[in-house]
Ligand binder design. Structure first.
Ligand SMILES: Nc1ncnc2c1ncn2[C@@H]1O[C@H](COP(=O)(O)OP(=O)(O)OP(=O)(O)O)[C@@H](O)[C@H]1O
Ligand SMILES: [Mg+2]
Length: 236
């Protein structure tokens, strides 16, 4: 059976009446890149954090029929907008820390880390500290660190926002490259050019509800919702 992520009636209300996510329902099968698109404040980061288990919500989320919070630790990885590397740890230490807490053997983990560093062209940076890296290098380290846990689902929040706009193409290539390293990639962005390059499916959020959920080529050719039409028009 094809694996899929299913979200049913996901809502998040803060305080007595502030609704941040509203009745979000969708399913997406393994092997795809899902892009969460939408204006600032529409709920993209909140939804990613909810999927990662970092936000409370109502409703159900399952992967291959199993509740997300019942999956093994590390099954869902999140790469934050500003990467959140540990500043006083070297690149190699950043990669080893979380998997070592899971009790995995250091030698095997070191070999795995070096494989990722080599793959991302950063082997010579293993002893560097985060402040000695460029934005793009930090991002690749943050992604490598998430991949060290062998996540089934990898979530990325605004992967281009801390980078030079000219790097959109590089990030798109990087995401296409890591697509095969996990079952499902979910990327939150308000960068339309990135979404157009990488998305298989688009979930367009507006004020916390799903304004559209479509195959990406259909969405970009002919957005149905007024909000998405306006969003796309403003971006061109
Ligand atoms: N814990 C919280 N308490 C109160 N309001 C919150 C909380 N978390 C998020 N919000 C609000 O929820 C809304 C959605 O925020 P979120 O960060 O998910 O949006 P976003 O789509 O990621 O925006 P951006 O594109 O600017 O990153 C915003 O109005 C935000 O202020
Ligand atoms: Mg956000």
């Amino acid at each position: 059976m094809t694996k899929k992520l299913v979200l049913n009636n996901i809502s998040k209300v803060v305080g007595s009446d502030l609704t941040i996510l509203k009745d979000i329902c969708f399913e997406v099968v393994a092997g795809n890149i899902l892009v969460l698109l939408g204006p600032s404040g529409s709920g993209k980061s909140t939804l990613l954090r909810a999927i990662a288990g970092l936000e409370s919500f109502t409703g159900t989320m399952t992967w291959h029929g199993k509740k997300l919070n019942a999956l093994d630790k590390g099954s869902i990885g999140l790469v934050f907008q500003n990467f959140q590397l540990f500043p006083h740890k070297t690149v190699l230490e950043n990669l080893l820390l979380a998997p070592m807490l899971k009790g995995e053997k250091k030698d095997a983990l070191k070999a795995k880390a070096k494989k990722f560093l080599k793959h991302f062209g950063l082997l010579e940076k293993e002893e560097s500290y985060p402040h000695q890296l460029s934005g793009g290098q930090k991002q690749r380290i943050a992604i490598a660190r998430a991949l060290m846990m062998s996540p089934k689902i990898l979530l990325l929040d605004e992967p281009t926002s801390a980078l030079d706009p000219e790097m959109v193409g590089d990030v798109a290539a990087l995401l296409a490259d890591i697509k095969t390293s996990c079952d499902l990639l979910i990327v939150a962005t308000h960068e339309l050019r990135l979404a157009e390059k990488i998305a298989d499916e688009i979930l367009f959020l507006d004020h916390g509800y799903v304004a559209e959920f479509r195959h990406a080529p259909d969405f970009f050719k002919d957005p149905h919702s007024q909000r998405a039409k306006k969003f796309i028009a403003n971006m061109h």
